[in-house]
Design a protein around this ligand. Structure first.
Ligand code: BGC
Length: 352
């Protein structure tokens, strides 16, 4: 059911923005806004039945609009597009035509560029069915916006089910050959921010990953995790070998096992202090695991600062820089085709 709906005129956007809170029979609550398609809040029970926040974000849409937030841009809970993750130097070509994207991450383009979908005002409508409630968000991205070819129409549906799943379905069509890679950038902390995520237990259903250079651009290789610090084939504490990974914590693209375009389980997370668990599924060939390495406590909700490693993202995706890596699954979308992607975050309690 929908337990709260709010409309608010925001002068900084010169627009009316909506927020909607969904609730299911297990009392899980999810709050979303049409600004950036942001999932602002997710509240689930712990093993004692206490409901608390498990996602990083803010209570007010205006808090996503401050200069400090926009400059720092952690993408709390946002929709990400047109191309999630990085494209080297923002350059790619389609059928011999070169394109240049707006770069916003050192020399590279990240998460659709500075004017990406994370800060667009989407159209939003709600729907209610007996076992599911949700919102449908739509957006039109113009030909050459941020440098991407083709008028792209995007439909993104957030559904909270009876079975405690938050399902995100994406669809997109274009009128010119383009590239598309849509994802969600929710950060989870199953302890409800009582501590960082380093003592969460994690399993990743990925035998392989894509190694990267110092700018986080894949080298093009696909390598077995093979007992390295990115090997989570058996449950391990996130913090156990985090100091041994290249760079600042986990920020890696994993190759999901069993990819054939259907839904596969990518990850399972358990916080033993509260008993909460999270399962992540996607139809995509890969997913980025990012452990909030650049959080520094400057943003907070309800007086709890989001410090380094206070959240973990599972970003379903094509591999980073796929448009420049012919050996990676293609991110191209042709006129007449429909891009489809489904991501599921399933909330629960771990068996003791
Ligand atoms: C990227 C990180 C980046 C973060 C921004 C993640 O998806 O992989 O490198 O810093 O988004 O919040």
């Amino acid at each position: 059911m929908i337990i709260n709906e709010k409309k608010q005129f925001i002068p900084a956007l010169n627009a009316e923005v909506r927020t909607v809170t969904l609730q299911n029979r297990k009392h899980t609550q999810v709050t979303v806004t049409n600004y950036g398609g942001i999932i602002m809040s997710i509240k689930t029970p712990d093993r004692r039945g206490n409901f608390a926040e498990i996602a990083l974000g803010f209570n007010d849409v205006e808090d996503y609009l401050t200069e400090d937030y926009k400059n720092n841009c952690p993408y709390f809970g946002t929709a990400v597009g047109r191309y999630a993750n990085r494209i080297e130097h923002g350059k790619f070509s389609i059928d011999g035509t070169d394109y240049q994207l707006n770069c916003n991450n050192g020399p590279n383009a990240l998460h659709g560029g500075p004017g990406g979908f994370h800060q667009k005002i989407w159209e939003m409508e709600t729907f209610k069915e007996p076992k599911r409630t949700g919102v449908i968000l739509t957006l039109e991205s113009k030909d050459m916006e941020e440098g991407y070819p083709g008028n792209l129409k995007i439909k993104m549906t957030y559904t909270l089910t009876f079975d405690n799943e938050l399902v995100i379905d994406y669809e997109a069509t274009t009128d010119k050959k383009t590239i598309v890679n849509l994802t969600n950038h929710s950060y989870f902390n199953l302890s409800s921010m009582q501590h960082d995520v380093l003592n969460h237990l994690m399993v990743l259903y990925a035998d392989k990953f894509t190694p990267k250079d110092e700018y986080d651009i894949p080298t093009g290789e696909i390598v077995a995790v093979n007992d390295s610090p990115v090997d989570f084939l058996l449950p391990r504490l996130i913090g156990e070998r985090i100091a041994d990974v290249d760079g600042k914590g986990y920020d890696h693209n994993f190759v999901i096992n069993g990819f054939e375009g259907d839904l596969n389980m990518g990850a399972r997370l358990v916080d033993s202090s509260t008993g909460r668990s999270l399962e992540f599924y996607t139809t995509e060939p890969g997913f980025q695991v990012y452990t909030g390495n650049y959080l520094d406590g400057r943003f907070e909700r309800d007086d709890i600062p989001f410090k380094e490693n206070y959240g973990i993202c599972f970003e379903a995706q094509k591999y980073p820089d796929s448009p420049n890596k012919p050996e990676f699954p293609s991110a191209e979308l042709l006129p007449g085709e429909t891009y489809r992607q489904t991501t599921v975050y399933k909330f629960g309690l771990a068996e003791q």
